[in-house]
Write a protein that binds this ligand. Structure first.
Ligand SMILES: NC(=O)c1ccc[n+]([C@@H]2O[C@H](COP(=O)([O-])OP(=O)(O)OC[C@H]3O[C@@H](n4cnc5c(N)ncnc54)[C@H](O)[C@@H]3O)[C@@H](O)[C@H]2O)c1
Length: 344
């Protein structure tokens, strides 16, 4: 049963959806991509033609009505996620949904609960948990090889912003961008009880006009006592980077050398190497890995490694970060049961 091919439908063939669809259509042997849906007919038709005949449509109802489809991958803009999760759960389909489920904590909770009540799997797109290097780091943490964690650092940088039309509906830097770092911090080190943020809009006046930030630094205090620092930039210019360090009492882990690509070229007094420009290059293995893990969870009837409760926890932290930035103060999260807790 565990290596049976899972029949999947995908909704949303934009920047991220195309990448997932290509993985599902070709790179992951345990799936069959049966149907793709995009509100833009030309986009759906073009993908179908490129993949020699995957069924396509412009309405996700078609996908939910298809009894041959067991699982749905949702990669539409964030405002659609929660409704689509609930509709898929009601139709008895397992769900992989891109992050975040919603920008609203209560809505996130309800969609997660709908999947649980319907008895379908719900995995959320925190792909970094499936990156080979970060997985090794996590295993070493769990095995006690780092000892007591003292300091966690992650630098996440995009070379340029995704476009102001996207930013307008993205939910802001913390819910859209820092969310991945906050999830990584929880997953590697543990729960976070305090967030202090400084942020700025430096590269283009349009960021300020939208009430958006292009750079931020988040200082964290973990429940275990460790400290954390996340630096985020949407405008690094030089390339895409996500690097981390965990400094502990026994060892320090560094993850991140994969941003450098190609051979190092040495000329008199100079050394030069290529650097990644896109997140999809950096995370190719992680994006494939998260889809393989989702299909495995479906096939083996196990809970996905990362689900709605993790999304809710990361969103609560993103909300706390936003409040810290806007109110210019440290925000503490209520201690017990990270999920659903409030910031004060
Ligand atoms: N995990 C990651 O690394 C990562 C990276 C980028 C984006 N994302 C997430 O993925 C989601 C999509 O982001 P994107 O950058 O691909 O967006 P996008 O705007 O590039 O693409 C969205 C696509 O959905 C289609 N669409 C919109 N409404 C639809 C509907 N009702 N039914 C069917 N199709 C519809 C659009 O036509 C478009 O093709 C967002 O939630 C974002 O947060 C995650």
């Amino acid at each position: 049963m565990a290596d049976r091919r899972v029949h999947v439908g995908l909704i949303g063939l934009g920047r991220m959806g195309r990448f997932h669809a290509e993985n599902l259509a070709g790179r992951i042997p345990s799936t069959e991509l049966v149907r793709v849906v995009d509100a833009d007919e030309g986009v759906a038709r073009a993908f179908s033609e490129r993949t020699s005949g995957t069924d396509w449509s412009t309405s996700y109802g078609d996908l939910l009505d298809d009894p041959g489809i067991e699982a749905v991958v949702i990669v539409t803009p964030t405002p659609y996620h929660a409704d689509m999760i609930e509709a898929a759960a009601a139709a008895g389909k397992h769900v992989f949904c891109e992050k975040p489920i919603s920008l609203d904590l209560e809505r996130t909770r309800r969609a997660t609960e709908a999947a649980r009540t319907a008895g379908v799997k719900l995995q959320v797109g925190f792909h970094r948990r499936f990156d080979p290097d970060y997985r090794i780091a996590r295993r070493k943490m769990a095995a006690g090889e780092v000892g007591s964690p003292y300091l966690f650092r992650t630098s996440s940088r995009d070379p340029r912003p995704p476009g102001f039309d996207f930013l307008e509906h993205s939910g802001g830097l913390f819910a859209d961008f820092s969310l991945h770092d906050l999830d990584l911090a929880r997953w590697l080190v543990g729960e976070i009880e305090e967030v202090t943020v400084v942020g700025a809009a430096l590269s283009d006046p349009k960021f300020g006009e939208l009430g958006e930030l292009d750079n931020a630094v988040l200082a964290l205090r973990f429940t275990c006592g460790a400290l954390g620092v996340l630096d985020n930039s949407r405008v690094s210019g030089y390339g895409y980077e996500c690097s981390s360090e965990i400094v502990g009492s026994l060892a320090t882990l560094r993850v991140g050398s994969q941003e450098q690509i190609g051979p190092e070229v040495l000329t008199p007094g100079r050394s030069c190497r290529g650097f990644l420009s896109k997140d999809t290059e950096r995370w190719a293995a992680a994006y494939a890995g998260e889809m393989e893990a989702f299909v495995l969870a479906v096939n083996s009837n196990q809970e996905p490694e990362v689900g709605g409760a993790d999304d809710e926890a990361a969103l609560a932290l993103a909300r706390a970060a936003d409040r810290s930035y806007r109110e210019g103060r440290t925000v503490r999260l209520e201690p017990e049961g990270q999920v659903g807790r409030n910031a004060r």
